[in-house]
Design a protein around this ligand. Structure first.
Ligand code: KG4
Ligand code: ZN
Length: 345
């Protein structure tokens, strides 16, 4: 079954063609350069860009897959969570396609996508990957930080989440405080390599807290205080150490909560997704923590760590098999604040 999937939840216009877990094409038009001067995503600009890019993205995804639209059997689209004006573009376009070509419409939650990005396969069906349940997913993106328990496909229980900033957002804010540019996450990763994680002691968020929730705002405040205590010259010299210390405080908090959740739920598989899962140091520390006791899946390509429509198409395949789709697409609306707990199957 060939699915055309669309994601316009934030600052990437992405359209993919998928077949089962296989990605046939995955077009991604990034808006990072447009938003960078604002130090974050500017919603009305995002909408304008999605509007101009969505049609070319659909055409290119079909062209790269060597298909014409009549060969597509279903349309999938991210309906939330995300920026309302951005989501709207993808949802409206997907509805129009579904109506025009009389194809079922499969609504997908963006965070389901980040979880399923771990089992996206290439056209040859590699790498061989399948979910094993119970499964614990760690979503680490710019908008979300969540621990999700799954006992079956398309079945989610959010067991931990951030009470304030997402971990990617915390890294981006730290990047901005150091004047490093946007997005901060990958820049901090690069600079942290030559830094000392023990140079500055920063509070590890939620260390003593019994719950599986995260919080990064206290860490951010402590970091801000530290930065303001340094003069310009000291700050410049300290950048690698500042990056290493801050990044480590964020990662330690993720690792501690994941370890706690593993003890509680005894998962057979860990899946990590979202933009921050591109970070090699985080991957290394997670692998060390799990020490071959529990397998861990990361998105197999860097392009699949951040926002993309291929992951949406893969979720859609599993949803369709469970009969979760709309034949009257006009009933679909964007849900910018939707939560994975809303759909228990
Ligand atoms: O999943 P994503 O592309 O968008 C959202 O759904 O939010 O995640 C974007 C986030 C940004 O905060 C960015 O700084 C972070 O992912 N990020 C990274 C890395 N690459 C992207 N954080 C740490 N290390 C990286 N290599
Ligand atoms: Zn995302």
């Amino acid at each position: 079954m060939k699915i055309l999937a669309i994601d316009t939840s934030c600052d990437e216009t992405s359209v993919a063609i998928t077949q089962g877990q296989k990605v046939i094409s995955n077009v991604l038009f990034s808006q990072i350069k447009i938003h960078a001067p604002f130090g974050g995503v500017f919603p009305s600009l995002a909408k304008r860009e999605h509007l101009t890019k969505i049609k070319p993205a659909v055409s290119l995804a079909l062209k790269r897959a060597g298909l014409i639209i009549n060969k597509i059997e279903a349309i999938a689209v991210t309906f939330g969570p995300g920026l309302p004006p951005a989501l709207e573009v993808g949802v409206n376009f997907a509805k129009a396609l579904s109506q025009k070509y009389q194809r079922p419409l499969i609504p997908v939650d963006h965070l389901e996508g980040h979880i399923y990005s771990g089992i996206t396969l290439n056209q040859m069906g590699k790498p061989k990957r399948q979910f094993r349940f119970p499964l614990l997913a760690l979503i680490v993106s710019g908008g979300h930080t969540q621990l999700v328990l799954m006992n079956n496909h398309i079945n989610y229980k959010v067991v931990g989440q951030t009470l304030d900033d997402a971990c990617g957002e915390a890294l981006d804010k730290a990047g901005r405080l150091m004047g490093l540019g946007y997005p901060g996450g990958p820049i901090i990763e690069r600079l942290a390599k030559s830094g000392n994680i023990n140079q500055y002691s920063l509070p590890i968020p939620m260390l003593q807290h019994q719950s599986l929730d995260f919080s990064f705002s206290g860490l951010k405040t402590a970091f801000k205080r530290l930065i303001y205590s340094l003069d310009e010259k000291q700050k410049l010299e300290a950048i690698p150490d500042l990056c290493a210390s801050f990044q480590q405080a964020v990662f330690t908090s993720l690792l501690i909560k994941l370890e706690k959740a593993i003890k509680q739920f005894q998962p057979k598989l860990i899946v990590v997704g979202g933009g921050v899962s591109a970070n090699k140091e985080l991957r290394k520390q997670l692998r060390t923590l799990l020490a071959k006791k529990i397998p861990v899946y990361f998105p197999p390509l860097k392009k699949l760590t951040g926002d993309n429509a291929a992951m949406i198409g893969v979720v859609a395949y599993f949803k369709y098999q469970k009969g979760i789709y709309l034949t009257h697409s006009e009933t679909l609306d964007r849900l910018p604040r939707t939560n994975l707990d809303n759909y228990i199957n």
